[in-house]
Design a protein around this ligand. Structure first.
Ligand SMILES: [Zn+2]
Length: 385
C-alpha cells in the first residue's frame, strides 16, 4: 500500500509513513530516506541531524482532493565548517509552503485564466495566489533579457486619454516582450534600464525606436554598443498620414477608397489595383498622383536597398524630389536620416511586432484590476515566457 503511494507521489528519497484524511483534503506524512546530505558551503557529507521540525506544505491534488505533505525539515551540522545548515530538497524551495510542482501548476493556470478564478478553485486567498504567481514570474522576468541583441523600445498608453504611458521593450529576434517600465521619460528609462547588468546592456547591438528626440540620449547612456535605428514603421506612418490628407483634400472621401492609397502597392489584389488606377487617372489632382507615387517609391527604397550608403543616397534623392509635395514630413525625415538609414544594417522592424501588441492589449483588458504596476509587469512578461 505504502509502496504504491510512494510511486504515485514520485518524489526522490521520500517514503509515505502515514496517511490522514483532513476536513478539506488529505495529508501524507512523509519520511526522508537519505541518511545525510551535503553541506552547501564545503560539499562535505554530514549525517549529524541537529534539528528536525516538520512543516506542512501543499502539493498537487490527489484524486481531486487538496493534498498536503508533512515533511521533516532537517538541520544538519557540518564538522568541517562548524556550522548548521538546512537540508536542500530539490522539490521545494527554501521558505516556501508549496512544492515546486504545485507552484508551477498555479503559475501556468493563472497565465491562462486569472488569479481570482484559480484562488477560488484552490481555496486559497487572492494574495496567496498572487504571491505564488509573482514568485515564479520574477524568475522568468530575470531571464527575459538574456541573449537580447536587437530590441525595440516603444510605448503603450494604459488608458486612452489618461496620459498614463508605459515603455515596452521587445526582442526583435525572438519576437517577444522582454521588459515593461512604469513611465517613458528620459530619466525614468535611464534609471530603470541602468539596473540591468552591464554585460546584458553591452550585448545589445541595435535599438529600434520612433522619432522621439529623447531616445538617443537614453540609448547612448544605457546600451554603449548599440546602433540606434529609427524604426521603419514609425517613418512610414507620418508619410502615409500626409498622403491621406492629400487624398481627402483631392476629393477621395470614402474609407474603402482611401485605404487603396494607403495600402502597400504590392499588397493590392488585381481588382484593387484596377480601382486605384481608375481613381488616379480620373482625379484631376496632379498632387495626389505625385504623392502616391512618392509614397510607393519611398517604400521601394526600403524594400530594395542593400546597404546603408545605397539607402542613404536614394533617400536623399527622394527628399529633393518629394519636397514640394510632402513639406513637413520631409523635414522630419531629413532630421532623422542617419538613424533611418541604420535600418539597412540588419533590416529589422518592429512593424512585425503586431502579434505582441495584440497580446499586450488583451492582457491589459483582462487585467483591469491589477493592484499595482509590478503585478501587471510580471503578468505581461510571463505571457511571453
Ligand atoms: Zn561545510
Amino acid at each position: 500500500m505504502e509502496n504504491h503511494l510512494n510511486l504515485i507521489l514520485g518524489l526522490p528519497d521520500v517514503t509515505v509513513r502515514e496517511f490522514t484524511m483532513l476536513e478539506d483534503g488529505i495529508c501524507l506524512k512523509i519520511k526522508l530516506t537519505n541518511l545525510g546530505t551535503h553541506c552547501p558551503l564545503c560539499q562535505s557529507y554530514s549525517t549529524e541531524i541537529h534539528q528536525n521540525r516538520p512543516i506542512l506544505v501543499r502539493d498537487l491534488p490527489c484524486f481531486d482532493k487538496a493534498t498536503y505533505l508533512q515533511i521533516p525539515r532537517r538541520q544538519f551540522y557540518c564538522r568541517h565548517c562548524q556550522k548548521y545548515f538546512t537540508e536542500n530538497l530539490p522539490w521545494i524551495e527554501s521558505k516556501r509552503r508549496h512544492t515546486r510542482r504545485y507552484e508551477k501548476n498555479i503559475f501556468e493556470r493563472v497565465k491562462s485564466s486569472n488569479l481570482a478564478q484559480v484562488a477560488s478553485i484552490e481555496g486559497l486567498s487572492y494574495d496567496e495566489i498572487q504571491g505564488i504567481f509573482n514568485h515564479w514570474a520574477s524568475n522568468i522576468a530575470e531571464q527575459q533579457w538574456l541573449g537580447a541583441r536587437r530590441i525595440s523600445l516603444d510605448e503603450i498608453a494604459m488608458r486612452k486619454g489618461h496620459k498614463n504611458y508605459k515603455a515596452v521593450i521587445c526582442d526583435l529576434d525572438r519576437h517577444k516582450l522582454i521588459e515593461v517600465i512604469d513611465g517613458r521619460t528620459q530619466d525614468c528609462l535611464i534609471s530603470r534600464l541602468s539596473e540591468l547588468p552591464l554585460q546584458v546592456r553591452k550585448a545589445v547591438k541595435e535599438v529600434s525606436v520612433d522619432m522621439w528626440h529623447g531616445f538617443p540620449k537614453v540609448i547612448q547612456e544605457v546600451f554603449p554598443n548599440a546602433q540606434i535605428v529609427t524604426d521603419r514603421f514609425h517613418v512610414m506612418k507620418p508619410l502615409v498620414e500626409e498622403l491621406k490628407k492629400i487624398a481627402k483634400s483631392s476629393g477621395v472621401k470614402e474609407q474603402n477608397k482611401l485605404s487603396l492609397f494607403l495600402k502597400n502597392g504590392i499588397d493590392l489584389n488585381n481588382g484593387e489595383r484596377d480601382e486605384l488606377e481608375n481613381l488616379l487617372s480620373s482625379s484631376k489632382s496632379k498632387r495626389l498622383k505625385a504623392a502616391y507615387e512618392y509614397k510607393e517609391e519611398f517604400r521601394q527604397i526600403y524594400e530594395t536597398s542593400q546597404t546603408v550608403s545605397e539607402g542613404q543616397n536614394r533617400f536623399e534623392e527622394w527628399l529633393q524630389k518629394a519636397r514640394k509635395i510632402y513639406g513637413k514630413v520631409i523635414q522630419t525625415i531629413s532630421d532623422h536620416l542617419p538613424t533611418i538609414c541604420n535600418y539597412f544594417i540588419s533590416h529589422s522592424s518592429s512593424g512585425t511586432m503586431e502579434g505582441i501588441n495584440n497580446k499586450i492589449k488583451l492582457i491589459k483588458r483582462q487585467g483591469y484590476g491589477f493592484r499595482n504596476f509590478e503585478n501587471f509587469r510580471l503578468r505581461l512578461l510571463s505571457a511571453f515566457s
